[in-house]
Design a protein around this ligand. Structure first.
Ligand code: MG
Length: 390
């Protein structure tokens, strides 16, 4: 094959939101001049808008592939890394070498000490675009290139129950139950009456049976997390996510070995090297890889390693315009150890207006996009949200 990569263009985007992600701001919490806040519940930075970075790769015959980098905070950072460091090494290469390019770019940073962070986010979005381009050049969906599909539709869990009060949030879960969904995750960081009260209210609203997951946002010490999860299990907790700080590998292992429900971790990790010690210590029964951090190449490798350690996969869904979501579904469709895919309804449903795609989520399942590559194309309207300032 003689296809070569002739140009790579980048589009940082900022889409305004009426209500910030995770709900209204706390009393006295004001965005800074760049539009960022820190949530006191998990001490984490968020933008009050939805931000992302699109990557467009064009081949010598004019075929275009699209990818999307993790851009929740500072999408201009991955943009600069791509422009200054990675893109000049990729122009002229074959789009069929996506895995080789991922490895070469990763290798180029080793001695510089960049094993993760923004450098990997930049590689991830570019990797996604190369897989999309390769699929389009070959006339095949990405799941086919990855070795074949096991799932025609992907079970979805409803993530985030927006509402001012615990009663409102529990009522939101019930409305999704009525629409055919049977798994729900609530955020400990915004459970103002505490996780136990939140869990009790949601269970009361949806009755026995449906799955309830909680995101603990890395908030607790191991013993605090074990005690809390034991209490939540009285209401049939299905999964506890991110119970302790990611730096505390022994604490993660202690929680996973001590509680009587599933423990999920991994949305903040980017490579097999970050996952490996956690698999070895049995820190989790479920991994939650975020494809905007890992790329398609990295996510596949992480999920295969998970299989060797008998862990299942619930891919994470960050704020994105839908290219990330489509990429995650393509990988998920190929996995023997897939459990469910996170469904960020407040973001995913809006994004469908910005895309040419038949990707959907309804009745408890995602439907994969059809067509070659990833099966999603940004519409012209999306580029009205281009970030222009430096
Ligand atoms: Mg989470």
């Amino acid at each position: 094959m003689t296809d070569t990569i002739t140009s790579i263009d980048l589009y940082p985007l900022r889409i305004p939101r009426d209500v910030p992600y995770l709900g209204p701001l706390e009393e006295g919490n004001r965005p800074n001049a760049r539009g960022y806040i820190i949530r006191p519940g998990n001490r984490t930075i968020y933008s009050i808008h939805d931000q992302t970075l699109l990557v467009k790769v064009t081949a010598s015959d004019g075929t275009v592939g699209w990818g999307e980098c993790f851009g929740v905070v500072g999408p201009q950072v991955a943009q600069t890394i791509l422009q200054e460091i990675f893109i000049p090494f990729v122009i002229g290469r074959s789009p069929h070498d996506a895995e080789r390019i991922y490895e070469d770019l990763y290798d180029s940073q080793r001695v510089r000490g960049y094993f993760g962070g923004f450098a990997l986010d930049a590689i991830a979005g570019l990797d996604m675009a190369l897989w999309d381009l390769r699929g389009k050049l070959l006339g095949q969906p990405v799941w086919q290139l990855l070795g074949g599909r096991r799932h025609a539709r992907i079970p979805a869990y409803v993530s985030g129950l927006p509402g001012k009060t615990v009663e409102d949030r529990a009522a939101v879960a019930k409305t999704w139950l009525d629409r055919g969904f049977s798994a729900f995750k609530f955020a400990g960081a915004v459970a103002d009456a505490g996780e136990l009260a939140e869990m009790a209210a949601i269970r009361e609203a949806i009755g026995p049976g449906p799955k309830i997951l909680v995101d603990l946002h890395w908030h607790y010490t191991a013993l605090e997390a074990i005690r809390l999860i034991d209490q939540l299990c009285k209401y049939d907790l299905y999964l506890a996510e991110a119970p302790v700080a990611p730096e505390d590998i022994e604490g993660q292992a202690q929680v996973a070995a001590s509680v009587k429900t599933l423990v999920g971790i991994g949305e903040e990790l980017r490579t097999v090297y970050e996952y490996l010690p956690r698999f070895a210590r049995r820190c989790m029964s479920v991994i939650q890889p975020e494809i905007a951090h890992t790329g398609i190449t990295g996510m596949r490798r992480i999920c295969e390693l998970a299989q060797a350690f008998h862990c299942s996969v619930m891919p994470h869904a960050t704020i994105n315009v839908g290219i990330v979501q489509a990429a995650s579904l393509h990988v998920a469709a190929t996995l023997g150890n897939l459990a469910m895919q996170e469904y960020q309804h407040s973001i995913f449903d809006r994004n469908l207006n910005f895309l040419h795609t038949d990707m959907a989520c309804a009745g408890g399942y995602f439907t994969l996009p059809s067509g070659p590559g990833l099966g999603v194309q940004p519409r012209e309207e999306l580029f009205a949200y281009l970030i222009k300032e430096k």
